[in-house]
Structures are given as structure tokens and as C-alpha cells.
Design a protein around this ligand. Structure first.
Ligand code: FPP
Length: 235
């Protein structure tokens, strides 16, 4: 099962407490660790977290710098834990605009965790689904026979997802907004969507379980009719 999360609400969490927005991201990073543990315990195969969108470069300089620092620190502190827990880590998105030290930390973590079999953790940094689709389309441009599966593989390739990930089964967005914000647009074609008002720093294992329980109650039809509806001739 592939779960993707749009981790929204760090800024509001901080502002409501009279703290600067970056303080919300620090607390959000703690929630990331909890979510990774909860997902691994729940038997999730792939967990993709939206940490920084291509549009987030437009945020104030101190906030961007603070986030980049947190990503680097996360890689340094969590790589050991991921090795111990057999979690494979990759960072998806563009790489050409990232700082050299962050790039090195990413490559280091990816290499050290490459044998992880229990779960694939993908952290999206400088990520834009539209940009990924555009890059993959440029590579595929001359092929008339390209299948959807082959395009999906190209998309994983341009996004640096090693190994490639399957389509998303459950997309969770915290923070009350109900939009996809340029996240995994191709991969979410048949994803079940779960929106919660909970702000990301408050998203704990219990909240994660609630999302999984809601998902378990959904009937996934992938555009077809389910057996019951077909049998009743309700078409
Ligand atoms: C959106 O909340 C959140 C982000 C743009 C950053 C997400 C980063 C983290 C959860 C922490 C660091 C991540 C890792 C992987 C270590 P917002 O700031 O837009 O919140 P708001 O809508 O309340 O303003």
C-alpha cells in the first residue's frame, strides 16, 4: 500500500502559539518521525511525504533556509534509524537547485539505506508533479507505442525515485485545505483522498490510524462497477 501525505499546517500551528513560522516546521519534523514509525508499523509499503514544493522557494528566505536545515538534519539523524528499521529512503524532485551539502546528505542516506526492504520512504523536496510529467513527456516524445506503465517508469526516473513507486492508494492532507497542490498528479489517478483539519505537528499515530481505518471502509472501483451494483442491474 502506498500512502502519500501533504503535511500542511505547520505555520498556523506556530502562529496560534505566538511563535515564528519556522518553529512550526521544527515541530513538524518531529511529526515526520512519528508518521514514518506509524506507517512502518501499519505495514505500509511506500510512504511519500511532501516536504517542499517547487513553489515553496517563494517563501521568505529565513523560512526556506530553516526548512533546508531541517531536511539535512533529518537525513543525518534518521539514516541510522532507517537502516536499523530496514527502511529505504529516497528524496524525489529536482536536484539541480539544492545546496551541495544537502545533495551530498541525500546521496549518502540513499546509499546507506538502499537495502531496506520493510518500507520505502520518499521525501519530496523541490517537487512539482507538473514538472515531473513535463520532463517524462520530453523523454517519451518520439515514442508512439509508449504505454502508461512505461510512462510511469519514466516519471519515477525523472523524479529520482529509486526504486520506482507504484500509484498512490491513499492521499492524506492535513491542515484543512482540500487540494492536491501539484503533488503526485499522475500517481493519484485512483487514490482515495482523506482530508483532516488536524494541523501537521499534531498528526500522531492515532490520527494516522484513523486515516487508515477510513481508507479500509472505501470501496475502490477504479472506474468499473462493483459486483453488487452490476448484479442489481443498476446501470
Ligand atoms: C506546509 O505547512 C508545510 C511545509 C511547506 C513544510 C513541511 C515540512 C515539514 C513537515 C518539516 C520538515 C520535514 C522533514 C522531512 C524533516 P505551512 O507552512 O504551509 O503551514 P500553514 O498552511 O499553516 O502556513
Amino acid at each position: 500500500m502506498h500512502v502519500a501525505i501533504i503535511m500542511d499546517g505547520n505555520g498556523r500551528w506556530a502562529t496560534r502559539r505566538g511563535l515564528p513560522r519556522p518553529a512550526g516546521h521544527v515541530e513538524g519534523a518531529k511529526a515526520v518521525r512519528a508518521a514514518v514509525e506509524a506507517a512502518a508499523r501499519a505495514g505500509v509499503d511506500t510512504l511519500t511525504l511532501y516536504a517542499f514544493s517547487a513553489a515553496n522557494w517563494e517563501r521568505p528566505r529565513n523560512e526556506v533556509d530553516g526548512l533546508m536545515f531541517l531536511f539535512r538534519r533529518y537525513l543525518f539523524t534518521e539514516t541510522r534509524r532507517c537502516i536499523d528499521e530496514s527502511i529505504r529512503m529516497s528524496v524525489i524532485g529536482r536536484r539541480d537547485r539544492l545546496d551541495e551539502s544537502l545533495l551530498r546528505a541525500i546521496e549518502h542516506s540513499e546509499q546507506l539505506t538502499a537495502d531496506g526492504k520493510r518500507m520505502h520512504l520518499r521525501i519530496a523536496v523541490d517537487y512539482s508533479a507538473q514538472n515531473g510529467i513535463l520532463q517524462a513527456a520530453r523523454r517519451a516524445r518520439r515514442s508512439q507505442t509508449l504505454t502508461a506503465q512505461e510512462f510511469h517508469r519514466l516519471l519515477n526516473e525523472v523524479n529520482h525515485s529509486r526504486p520506482g513507486a507504484s500509484e498512490v492508494d491513499l492521499l492524506i492532507r492535513t491542515g484543512g485545505e482540500k487540494r492536491l497542490s501539484d503533488f503526485l498528479l499522475w500517481e493519484c489517478a485512483y487514490a482515495e483522498l482523506y482530508f483532516t483539519d488536524c494541523l501537521w505537528p499534531d498528526f500522531d499515530e492515532q490520527q494516522f490510524q484513523a486515516a487508515l481505518e477510513d481508507y479500509a471502509s472505501r470501496v475502490r472501483r477504479f472506474g468499473k462497477v462493483n459486483a453488487e451494483t452490476a448484479a442489481e442491474g443498476r446501470l
